[in-house]
Design a protein. Structure first.
Length: 653
């Protein structure tokens, strides 16, 4: 007899695995209908956009690219950009290369007789730059001089940038970013798991081929269980954070039945799965993870936790089950449903988390802040080494340890060190994380010290790690779907007797904010759509209003989309670089054309202002130096690792 359930699962897995192997012709056809809004359509954005230098020129990927293009077009400003690029490259270099870069920077930018001397610096940064030595280079350059250059760029360069065609182009992208998002923006693939309020499925953006995970929260189930506030809080926190070591939110939208969070697709399984199902032996018999992997993952986890703490966010659910691997073997923290923003100077006493990882201060209802995350990290490191949590012990493999007993041990006992892999450094860092007194705990001592300074991390180059340049010690196997069979993922029962009112509609609208700027802009760059739509020589196809009419989409319903997003067709080929490596590209001709336009405008202004602004029309030096072929990093259709593990969470997926 034919196993229809198995057949359904095979079909779902096959479609999922082949999602990135679509037809290039379909992508080209769809993209021909896309275009940026006209400059005259961006007046509202120009008037409302926050003129914050850090946000516009450093954090937002497209804004950063265009600001660098602008700096490179103006000799007076180009020097500052080149200095920052070389300082960044020095910071990431190692060994002899790093020392050579240091000497070159000192010779080129710090000698008064050099033609590249940073003459625009003033005050303390200028004096420190002139007197820098090998001994104090790190502190002087990374703290004083770098900040002095940034302050300079915040002045006239930033002001002139806002009057340039480069900024006009940025506004076009910001307007395009506001396009309405719905389920028709994506292809949807198999369900990967479920939680208390809904399910998680794999999705693919139709116009870019980018793969994501979509958490779909049932509106009726949320209302019935009173989960609206918690869902909105998680969404708002996800919007704020942006780190290589946290699952990032890319889109938030709603359908008639669900609230949807579209996030980073992590398809290498979670650390709990790797501890108990793969283990030291690869078969899950000998539980645990090898030490070099533990150190690498913990370095990434620690950096992610520090990112949250810098924003006054307490994670409160640190455990291996919530640490996910991507297809490259890099990890990120997930499930921020229990995270909470704590006002500076304030504390909380609310009990939250998972029993085996709860800090003593949570159990005793003592006021706490970030200390609880470091305790949970200590428990997690212990578990990765030993294959069991520190206050359950090896007996938990054979028999259940009651919750009350675990709590008693956390409050009154110290962990045991019976496993053979507990070397001195590993034992020391775990003991420091598991100090019962908050002010003695690693991460809380000595004015909130950085745990990454512990000798256990001596093999980790953190600047390179944060730049995504450290290769992982383990990479997931390709063509494996580490998710339950579709037939094993139970369906939700129908929710009856729930009706929505005006208050619910207001909540849905507050939740459904569309694209999140930083991840969305990075997607545009990584998938090549930024270069394509920014190319001044690009020939647009028969897109626009005519196509909308043919497809039955009115101009009114299209809103600010400026393109037809709703057509049918095969999934697009995934064209994305390793998310843990900086994206590099060859700038398209639009940089040169914008520069030429800028020169004409400035010449006209000279007659009125008698200014002497010149541009050289050359491309961004930084981009040229980092040029790399994106196609070299394309994911082959037969090698995508699709191994999301079905996981349970405390509240919802």
């Amino acid at each position: 007899m034919c196993d229809m359930g198995g057949l359904d699962n095979l079909v779902a897995n096959t479609a999922y695995l082949k999602a990135q192997g679509g037809d290039d012709k379909e992508m080209k056809k769809r993209r021909r209908s896309l275009s940026l809004p006209k400059p005259e359509q961006c007046a509202a954005v120009r008037g409302t956009i926050d003129k914050d230098f850090t946000s516009l020129c450093e954090r937002q990927p497209i804004g950063k690219k265009l600001f660098r293009d602008f700096l490179s077009s103006t000799p007076d400003f180009k020097l500052a950009a080149e200095f920052l690029d070389e300082l960044y490259d020095w910071d990431l270099a190692e060994g002899a290369t790093k020392e050579k870069a240091r000497q070159e920077i000192m010779k080129k930018y710090c000698k008064a007789d050099s033609k590249s001397f940073l003459t625009f610096l003033t005050g303390d940064p200028a004096e420190k730059c002139k007197s820098v030595t090998d001994a104090n280079f790190d502190e002087v350059m990374k703290v004083h001089v770098q900040e002095g250059v940034r302050e300079y760029l915040k002045g006239k360069p930033f002001t002139d940038y806002q009057a340039s065609p480069f900024f006009d182009k940025f506004l076009q992208w910001k307007e395009y970013e506001k396009q309405p998002i719905s389920d028709k923006y994506f292809y949807e693939f198999r369900t990967l798991g479920k939680g208390g309020f809904g399910e998680v499925c794999a999705v693919q953006v139709k116009n870019t081929g980018q793969m994501y995970a979509c958490k779909k929260l049932c509106k009726k189930r949320l209302k019935k269980k009173g989960g609206e506030k918690m869902a909105l809080l998680e969404k708002q926190i996800l919007e704020k954070v942006n780190s290589l070591f946290l699952v990032n939110l890319a889109y938030a939208y709603d359908t008639k039945t669900h609230l949807c969070l579209v996030m980073t697709l992590m398809n290498g399984g979670d650390l709990k799965y790797h501890i108990y199902n793969i283990g030291y032996d690869g078969k899950g018999v000998d539980k645990g993870i090898e030490m070099k992997r533990i150190i690498h993952y913990t370095a990434q986890i620690t950096t992610g936790i520090l990112h949250l703490h810098a924003m006054d966010i307490v994670y409160r659910d640190m455990k291996p089950e919530n640490v996910l691997l991507d297809s490259q073997g890099q990890c990120r923290l997930s499930d921020l449903g229990l995270a909470i923003e704590v006002v500076p100077g304030k504390t909380v006493t609310q009990m939250a988390g998972t029993g085996a990882y709860m800090a003593p201060e949570i159990l005793s209802k003592t006021p706490y802040r970030t200390s609880v995350d470091w305790w949970a990290l200590g428990c997690s490191i212990y578990e990765m080494v030993a294959g069991y949590t520190p206050f359950k012990g090896p007996e938990s493999k054979k028999e259940k340890v009651e919750k009350e007993e675990v709590q008693r041990r956390i409050l009154n006992e110290e962990p045991k060190w019976e496993h053979k892999c507990f070397d001195a450094a590993t034992k020391d860092i775990i003991q420091l994380f598991l100090k019962k007194k908050i002010d003695e705990r690693l991460g809380m001592r000595n004015n909130m010290e950085d745990p990454r300074k512990h000798e256990w991390f001596k093999t980790i180059n953190f600047p390179r790690l944060e730049a995504g340049l450290v290769d992982p010690p383990w990479v997931p196997k390709p063509n494996v779907v580490y998710a339950k069979d579709t037939g094993d993922i139970a369906e939700f029962s129908e929710i009856k007797g729930i009706e929505f009112d005006a208050k619910d509609d207001k909540f849905f609208k507050e939740f459904s904010t569309g694209a999140v700027p930083i991840p969305w802009q990075q997607e545009m760059i990584d998938t090549g759509l930024y270069d394509e739509l920014s190319d001044p020589n690009r020939k647009e196809g028969a897109g626009g209003l005519d196509d909308d009419k043919k497809s039955g989409t009115s101009a009114e319903s299209k809103g600010r989309s400026f393109c037809s997003l709703m057509g049918d067709g095969a999934p697009l080929r995934l064209k994305t670089a390793n998310p843990h490596r900086p994206h590099t590209h060859t700038p398209p001709p639009r940089a040169t054309q914008l520069t030429q336009s800028w020169r004409v405008q400035e010449v006209d202004k000279q007659e009125d202002r008698k200014t002497d602004v010149q541009t050289d029309g050359r491309r961004n030096t930084h981009a040229d130096a980092q040029t790399a072929s994106q196609t070299d990093r394309q994911t082959d259709g037969t090698s995508l690792v699709c191994s999301l593990v079905h996981r349970k969470t405390n509240f919802y997926l």
